[in-house]
Design a protein around this ligand. Structure first.
Ligand code: ZN
Length: 302
């Protein structure tokens, strides 16, 4: 009987210990992947059971509506919409998300990324690419109802984004220009996960098109080598900008892809020849008709 009482007391003590621990750190952080169809781009929804943050918001407003529905269905407030870089496949959905969650702040990790987003939209508007996404046309004297890039997007003053109710996302932007001029990666210690944004693609052809010249390509390879070294011991889960979740072997896969692309485009006489060679090397990789096509187009002059 005595030993049973001690056992019981021990169990109660252990129980309260666990409860305290849970109380201190909040509920466990979770991440949900929303796989976009257009450009095979990902959105990531972070939740700690009390609030949510979404990272990147897809290439089309139609798909962003589905993303908004999924976030709403969780029944928790959305506090932030984080855009990792100024490429439209990661930010076109922000007007839809902004309207669905007026209290959520659209945030970026540096003023340069805010400029990249606005400048890309101004350029897209100038070539007619926003005619199908009129809500993203920049606000101006001519278009007073346009998207107000200057006021709608805030630059974070910190390199951390804290979830309301516990959990920290560590943001990093000090990278040399590579896939994009400026890019944010997100690390979560709680999840032991690295969200590489477009430093990594998994079974999706890489964007090596306009803006990604030979210096950018060299920087990209250097950065992948640095990430490989940095995360060798902690072995985090890798969540790429495009394609499926992976592990740190993805750094090597992406590096090899870039080397193959360089070799193929340096040796091919025509764009068609390069397209065929890359498709033969990567037969099951997606987006050959868009990402690969424009990448080959940029690097081979006929
Ligand atoms: Zn992308």
């Amino acid at each position: 009987m005595k030993s049973f009482t001690i056992f019981l007391a021990l169990m109660i003590t252990m129980g309260s210990c666990n409860a305290q621990k849970t109380g201190k750190t909040g509920k466990a952080l979770k991440v949900t992947v929303f796989k976009g169809h257009t450009a095979t781009v990902n959105s990531y929804i972070f939740s700690n059971g009390k609030s949510q943050i979404v990272m990147d918001v897809l290439r089309s407003s139609e798909e962003a509506k589905q993303l908004a529905q999924q976030i709403k269905a969780a029944g928790l407030p959305l506090t932030h919409i984080l855009i990792t870089h100024g490429h439209p496949d990661h930010y076109i959905g922000m007007d839809i998300l902004h309207k669905a969650f007026p209290d959520a702040k659209i945030v970026v990790a540096s003023p340069e990324i805010k400029n990249d987003i606005k400048n890309f939209s101004l350029w897209m508007e100038s070539v007619g690419w926003l005619d199908g996404e009129v809500n993203l046309k920049p606000k101006s004297d001519k278009n007073p109802d346009g998207f107000d890039y200057d006021n709608a997007i805030s630059v974070l003053s910190d390199d951390q984004l804290k979830l309301n109710g516990g959990g920290i996302l560590e943001l990093k932007t000090k990278y040399d220009p590579a896939e994009a001029e400026h890019l944010t990666t997100v690390y979560s210690k709680d999840l032991n996960a690295l969200f590489t944004s477009d430093f990594c693609y998994n079974k999706v052809h890489l964007w090596l098109g306009t803006g990604v010249d030979h210096v950018h390509i060299q920087n990209w390879k250097n950065q992948l080598a640095a990430l490989k070294t940095k995360y060798a011991k902690t072995n985090p889960v890798i969540y790429p900008g495009h394609g499926d979740t992976s592990d740190i072997s993805l750094f090597t896969t992406v590096t090899k892809y870039i080397e193959n692309f360089e070799r193929v485009t340096a040796g091919a006489k025509t764009k068609k020849e390069a397209m065929e060679a890359m498709k033969k090397l990567y037969p099951d990789w997606k987006q050959d008709d868009f990402l690969l096509l424009y990448s080959v187009d940029y690097h081979i002059k006929e």
